[in-house]
Design a binder for this molecule. Structure first.
Ligand SMILES: NC(=O)C1=CN([C@@H]2O[C@H](COP(=O)(O)OP(=O)(O)OC[C@H]3O[C@@H](n4cnc5c(N)ncnc54)[C@H](O)[C@@H]3O)[C@@H](O)[C@H]2O)C=CC1
Ligand SMILES: O=C(CO)COP(=O)(O)O
Ligand SMILES: [Zn+2]
Length: 348
């Protein structure tokens, strides 16, 4: 008898477009969410759009977070309880959205995701990415009930946030390669559908790279759609595997040893150049990845990340220690091999 089952959790409403931040109240009403929201944000997004969101509610509390951590999740839970909030609204980049996702899940409340930057593909996903000590957890949590991605807001955000989002998507190529490798070597569960969706998302972004330009609101539209699609791939897989392979381990390790130096998306992009080289060698597709990143103006070198060469080599040799996720890095690359890949690809 066929006994397999799956449960795919996805947002109910996704609004993408010019000025949709003014429809948060309408989206909440459509979801029949009643009572008092807690707005979870960080300082810049709060300055930029906090009042526009608050103005749509009669009664709303606000809390700001500064980092993605388990203690920040605890603080948001306390703030929600103190405010007697009945649902959460996350406004900002990846960090407030990840924290709200976990806090809402633990509180058993719904939450709405209002990204102010097209900088990462966690805007829709049913996962939160949270560092803890020497490791980094990919925590399952219910995805947002609604995603409200205002292309005008995103287009006015610093351009590097958009190029970071593009690089997070381009890194799907190597993430899926790592996932397939893990299926072949470790019998890791693999979803053809999620893998294909993730690759197609990267392909569509690269095909549209010519329209991704600073000052063009259409760029925010193209990138937001790709971020939604990549997040859906993660939800289908019930894992971040479709969008997070060895290039993400490299980035997570950089976050530990060089915190705050570069954006998540930019780090994974540079990581992807090197892990593609490890997958397919000198004549492989690493140049295509580098060229795609160049085309949208994302960094392709250690200097472009503002990180010194030695730190990049150190992150590459130790990235496999971050979590138990089988990738092309397997049990680790030697320092010599790391220097070779980083210098051959022009990263250092
Ligand atoms: N849960 C998931 O599936 C995923 C989670 N992530 C996580 O998301 C985080 C990375 O996301 P980021 O957005 O780069 O981090 P972030 O939330 O720290 O945002 C980066 C910076 O941009 C600022 N910002 C946001 N919108 C702005 C605007 N409109 N104007 C001016 N400044 C603005 C923020 O205040 C912050 O200083 C990482 O923690 C990463 O691990 C990334 C991908 C997927
Ligand atoms: O950043 C992610 C996908 O883009 C997911 O992060 P994790 O590597 O923590 O699962
Ligand atoms: Zn990512």
């Amino acid at each position: 008898m066929f006994g397999k089952s799956t449960w795919i959790k996805l947002p109910r409403n996704v609004l993408v477009g010019h000025g949709v931040v003014d429809q948060v109240g309408a989206a909440v009403e459509e979801l029949s969410l009643a009572g008092r929201p807690l707005l979870v944000t960080s300082p810049s997004p709060d300055d930029i759009a906090g009042d526009r969101v608050r103005d749509q509610f009669d009664d709303v509390a606000t809390t700001t977070v500064s980092d993605a951590s388990f203690s920040a999740v605890g603080e948001v839970i306390e703030a929600a309880e103190a405010a007697e909030a009945t649902f959460l609204v996350a406004l900002g980049g990846g960090k407030p959205i990840d924290i709200s996702k976990m806090a809402a899940d633990e509180l058993g409340l719904g939450f709405v995701s209002v990204p102010t930057a097209a900088s990462h593909d966690g805007i829709v996903s049913g996962r939160s990415s949270i560092p803890e000590g020497d490791t980094r957890h990919s925590v399952a949590a219910d995805p947002p009930l609604a995603v409200i991605a205002d292309t005008e807001l995103m287009a006015n955000a610093p351009w590097e946030l958009t190029t970071a989002g593009c690089a997070d998507i381009i890194s799907n190529y190597t993430a899926v390669k790592d996932w397939r490798l893990a299926r072949r070597l470790k019998n890791v569960e693999y979803s053809e559908y999620a893998g294909a969706l993730s690759e197609m998302t990267a392909e569509m972004l690269v095909d549209n790279a010519g329209s991704i330009k600073q000052g063009l609101e259409e760029s925010a539209w193209i990138v937001s759609k790709a971020l939604v699609s990549s997040g859906v791939a993660m939800s289908i897989a019930d894992s971040s595997r479709p969008a997070s392979g060895a290039e993400h381990l490299f980035s997570h390790q950089l976050d530990r040893i060089a915190p705050g130096e570069a954006l998540h998306g930019h780090q994974v992009g540079v990581g992807s150049i090197m892990t593609e080289y490890l997958h397919t060698g000198e004549k492989g597709a690493w140049r295509d990845i580098r060229d795609a990143l160049r085309a949208i103006g994302a960094p392709t070198t250690a200097a472009g990340l503002g990180i010194d060469d030695e730190t990049v080599v150190q992150a590459l040799t130790t990235a496999h220690e971050i979590r138990d996720r089988y990738t092309i890095l397997a049990g680790g690359v030697s320092e010599e091999a790391a220097r070779e890949v980083a210098s051959f690809t022009g990263v250092v």
